[in-house]
Design a protein around this ligand. Structure first.
Ligand code: C2E
Ligand code: MG
Ligand code: MG
Ligand code: MG
Length: 278
């Protein structure tokens, strides 16, 4: 960000700005030579129902770089979108998730749904549905085991193409969730236009429900709105027992957050995860 100094509009960069710009440049360069199978991995965070039964796991990308260390998705997803590489990375995520499903089934983790985050660019990329069908067939994965998480940003250019891809997913039996619900470009009209199964209430709402009346009122009303529309609702970022109890009393269907489980490596996934002591 250039900061205007005086009336002369001279751009003055602070040390922090320069560090930030350099970091972004390093990340861009590292991204260009990324080898997904070697540097990327997936962690999995559990999602539970009100009785403490495991509904499923959300797959979350991790990037380990030999020089730059661990780079969180919040830092590199948008860069990968800018360079277009998110399409290739997303394909790697998809096939890795499908292979993982085959591995954990039989370890006592049956009948769970794996949630995969999708970038808007992936949805509109040519051949997305065909690629998906191919990966499912090759890995012998059933479409019903998958849920795709999309964000409200896909509605910025709510092209016919986006809607037709989402309809094709629905026809295949893949669930579609709207992620980070409530913080985006919230025109409620798209809720009746998009073929959705699930809405995920953003963590920024959940974190204040126990101390702020307005936040509590909003979340409570969103839960009943979502139910009226016939969708399931997941609360993201549940960190305390008090938040969980409030959300449960309002009829929230599913819960995800550090209280119930952090994102973990595949090796840590085991049968005891199937039931949480709520
Ligand atoms: P998201 O899809 O909303 O994922 C939830 C994020 O919240 C994750 O951050 C998760 O670790 C974090 N989280 C979960 N529970 C709690 C909690 O109780 N407290 C707090 N403070 N945080 C919690 P993460 O893994 O850093 O991912 C950030 C974002 O990056 C994701 O947000 C998603 O938008 C994006 N992302 C991650 N993996 C992928 C991917 O494979 N593809 C795409 N396109 N985007 C991805
Ligand atoms: Mg998500
Ligand atoms: Mg989310
Ligand atoms: Mg979120």
């Amino acid at each position: 960000q250039a900061k205007a100094a005086g009336g002369n509009q001279v751009a003055v960069y602070t040390e922090d700005d320069v560090a930030h710009i350099n970091r972004m440049e390093d990340l861009r360069r590292a991204l260009r030579s990324i080898v997904p199978g070697e540097q990327l991995s997936l962690h999995y965070q559990p999602i539970y129902d009100a009785a403490g039964r495991l509904r499923g796991l959300e797959a979350l990308l991790r990037w380990q770089h030999s020089q730059l260390g661990n780079i969180p998705p919040g830092e590199f997803i948008s860069l990968a979108e800018q360079s277009g590489q998110i399409v290739e990375i997303g394909e790697w995520v998809l096939s890795e998730v499908c292979r993982m499903i085959r591995r954990v089934r039989g370890k006592g983790l049956d009948d769970i749904i794996i949630s995969v985050n999708l970038s808007p660019l992936q949805i509109t990329a040519p051949g997305f549905v065909e690629t998906l069908q191919c990966v499912l067939a090759l890995t012998e994965t059933s479409a019903e085991w998958l849920e795709f998480e999309i964000t409200e940003s896909i509605m910025i250019d709510s092209s016919k193409r986006t809607t037709s891809v989402l309809n094709a997913l629905r026809a295949m039996g893949v669930r579609v969730a709207l992620d980070d619900f409530g913080i985006g470009y919230a025109s409620l009209t798209y809720l009746r236009e998009l073929p959705l199964h699930t809405l995920k209430l953003d963590r920024s709402f959940i974190c204040h429900i126990t101390e702020q009346h307005a936040e509590a009122a909003i979340v409570k009303a969103m839960i009943s709105l979502v139910h009226e529309l016939g969708f399931e609702v997941v609360a993201e970022g549940v960190e305390t027992k008090e938040q969980l109890e409030l959300l449960r009393s309002w009829g929230c269907d599913f819960f995800q957050g550090y209280l119930l489980g952090k994102p973990m490596q595949e090796e840590a996934l085991c049968a005891p995860l199937m039931q949480a002591a709520l």
